[in-house]
Design a protein around this ligand. Sequence first.
Ligand SMILES: [Zn+2]
Length: 206
Amino acid sequence: VHAPGLDGLVLTEHSRRWPHERFSEAAGNGFFLVNAREVETACGHIVVIGVEDEALTATRDVERLRSVVLERGGAMILAHPFRHFPSSWNLLFPQSRDHWSARDLEEWTPDRLAQHPVFGLVDAVETLNSGCTPKQNELAAAVAEVLRMPTVGASDAHDLSFLGWFATEFDDSVRDEASLIAALRAGDCRPLRRTPAGAYEAAAAR
Ligand SMILES: [Zn+2]
């Protein structure tokens, strides 16, 4: 795996995790690699770390997913919560574009958006995602701040060229899947963005 500037990767394939044999091959060279999954739920995409596919059969219902993940000691990250917002394509607040008049949008402050129950069912919120507009990412950050929830950044790479656009910084204590889960839960993580020069900087302070 070649990923300049990154110390590791969490693979979050849709539908199922990477096959164990192929993943082990890629993970073999000492690069920090975790095999995870992005689960499609009724409340949008949720990254699940630390739970094998066999346990993730009933995944649409977030409350059920939550109990499975807690039982297995995993972690959940709400991915790109405001992608497509404001429009009916957003799964958390699926009102039509016509519905979202300027006045309506104004009334939906981060405090109000933060009341969506899904935020109480995940460990962290993704506040930098390369498939979102800056405004959508800022909204996710504002809501996470209201809730004082841990935040992460992710490239959402569907192509190698997207790898590392956004990243997450952890302390040195993160060495394997278990310590990654612990750090996410404890909020020992920070979203980062890559500068044009290729360095990483903290997401702009709000
Ligand atoms: Zn997604």
